[in-house]
Design a binder for this molecule. Sequence first.
Ligand code: TYD
Ligand code: MG
Length: 450
Amino acid sequence: MAKTKTVFQCQSCGYTSLKWLGRCPDCGAWNSFSEERAVETIKGRERAVPLSFEEINPTSGIRQSTEIKEFDRVLGGGVVPGSVILIGGDPGIGKSTILLQAVEGLSRAVGKALYVSAEESPEQLKMRAERLSVTSRDIIILPETSLEGILKSVAELKPKVLVIDSIQTIYTEELPSAPGSVGQVRDCSTKLMFLAKKTGCPVFIIGHVTKEGAIAGPRILEHIVDTVLYFEGEKGQPLRILRAVKNRFGSTNEIGVFEMQDNGLKGVENPSELFLSERPEKIPGSAVISTIEGTRPLMVEIQALVVPTSFGMPRRTALGVDYNRVNLLIAVLEKRLGLHLGNMDVFINVVGGIKIDEPATDLAIAATIASSLKNIPVDHRTFVFGEIGLSGELRAIAQADIRVKEASNLGFKRGIIPIGNLQRMKEDHRVEVELIGAKDVEEALDILLF
Ligand code: TYD
Ligand code: MG
């Protein structure tokens, strides 16, 4: 009898080896190899037909709405037929909730939806559905963990939308390894991908996230699917941000903002208002930045607290902005403005638990630090943006017009911005808000903190 071929596979990146290894040569993970049956190549597959562009009719133009504006926005305007969408996030963040809500919207437009619940019992799902007032008869619940079982039900029911909750709890009978292992996750999602492409039925896959913040099991999963969405948010806070980190059918870094309420996730139409709603007036160490997330301007408050170090090394903490960037800005403030921060602890926080990752935040961070140190508040109706160079120069940034427009919509009266941006600004914006151009951080802070 032929011996079954087995290979050892890294459970964090999918690297395969014939021998067991203590450390993965590819991703460097320790003790991550487990034995799995070697995957045989698929034989007898139909040959693909070569096509010219003229013969191709794109279906991606047709999008199906989930009837949740914020969700559609993150997807790039709705669900593309035949696409595979992965939704990742911490347990309890709201993945099952948003999908149940989205599936109801979708089923109204396209028809039957199959919700595979491999984690929760149908009773649990029913309780959630009642809470969300989801009553659609077109949503069919399938408590199934075997992929073969799921595929059979799909063939029978012919759903127009499929949800897998979650990929780590389903398994294919072809592999002996446990659900959640790299082999299982990869095989199951590949088969689901084939299903989506063949039938045009969009497939939503829920994936758990590890402590390190990656989708558990494999990075491979991210390569297989068309779209990867991450749910972010702080436990105990109602705010949730859905972020597209990969999207074959739309822009990445697009975000949707939601609030978790008693009856489900509700889209937040104007997140800027929410982020600024509890902003204290005339308190030093706070500044508002006009930032861009995807195509969308957001006004966010940045706070700093600068206090004398009690002993030893000064502490620097950055929540929501890059730690190294904060250190760099502290160095610039010390060198160019002569601020004494060497014996000060500096804490930076972005209000609302949101993360900002763009250099345009520089001026706001510098302004809050200086404001807290000097104990002078930044004017309540002034916003800032601009990148700071190592010699303290204020550099122009992208999409200044949209940022100014959002600020003006929210009632801001004055903006301190890089002179380069001011020169290129369209005339009509200058009327709505008073814009002051600064050439370097010193000039900007002189205007902000007098
Ligand atoms: P859930 O969607 O089950 O999270 P996930 O699938 O990502 O693990 O969300 C569970 C949490 O959301 C739970 O703590 C209860 C809360 N929740 C509400 O606050 N309101 C609601 O309407 C629902 C359905 C859940
Ligand atoms: Mg869930």
